[in-house]
Design a protein around this ligand. Structure first.
Ligand code: SF4
Ligand code: SF4
Length: 231
């Protein structure tokens, strides 16, 4: 078998002189991509709004579903705590960082005496807020909770809406609560469809939040009636 001969063809121009070397240096250094990148940087610098904030004087606006430090909500009308001490949040917590203590109050209802979350251990997964049947625990938008210690406990008073803030607390607020478009997002149960069928065409179908608000108003009325009867 005849021996094959391979010839290496170097199509690049030979670089013999210093001028050739200079030309090669320029062509390798100043590619068009470099100017494209520089133009993008200049355009962002000169013609667009700054994305940086003067922290801590300015704070970032967070999405409503941001999972910050927890909040324990209260009913606006009755000012009662929403938490019924069912313990679901404590059970589902993946980090085992919720601890609570409950007891029966003078009316025989379960009341949450103590409630603490180890914020240093919490992974802010949102399970506690998702599982809460009373929309009592939600995630707020507070994100500044640096601590010198790894274990950093928030107590019930830290999470519960304060009296002075109650007027500013919206009925449903934060991750874990009902968003305004809950009816679109949440699949209604079959009973809701049956209710809709029984409504006249002119009747307005109550939204989930409206139904919840009506319930709260009913509770407040019942409480007011009871108080007036006691007097
Ligand atoms: S966010 Fe997750 S880890 Fe944190 S307290 Fe709730 S369930 Fe536990
Ligand atoms: S916060 Fe919600 S889930 Fe946790 S004990 Fe109270 S009602 Fe139950």
């Amino acid at each position: 078998m005849a021996e094959k001969k391979y010839i290496l063809l170097d199509e690049r121009a030979s670089v013999d002189t210093n001028f050739d070397k200079f030309k090669r240096f320029i062509s390798r250094t100043f590619k068009s991509e470099l100017f494209t990148g520089l133009w993008v940087v200049l355009r962002e610098m000169l013609f667009t709004k700054s994305h940086t904030l003067k922290y801590p004087l300015q704070k970032i606006e967070l999405d409503a579903r941001y999972r910050g430090v927890h909040r324990l909500m209260r009913f606006i009308e009755s000012e009662n705590e929403r938490c019924i001490g069912c313990g679901l949040c404590e059970k589902i917590c993946v980090s085992n960082c919720i601890a609570m203590q409950t007891a029966l109050d003078e009316n025989g209802r379960k009341a949450t005496l103590k409630y603490s979350i180890n914020l240093g251990r919490c992974v802010y997964c949102g399970f506690c807020a998702d599982v809460c049947p009373e929309l009592a625990i939600v995630h707020g938008d507070r994100y500044e909770f640096a601590s010198e210690q790894r274990a950093y406990f928030g107590m019930k008073d830290d999470f519960l809406t304060k009296d002075k803030d109650l007027s500013e607390q919206t009925e449903f607020e934060g991750y874990g609560s009902l968003p305004p478009n809950a009816d679109v997002l949440v699949k209604q149960n079959p009973n809701a469809y049956l209710e809709e069928e029984n409504l006249d065409e002119t009747d307005e179908i109550p939204t989930a939040s409206a139904r919840a608000l009506n319930l709260n108003a009913k509770e407040a009325d019942e409480k007011a009636n009871k108080e007036s009867q006691d007097v």
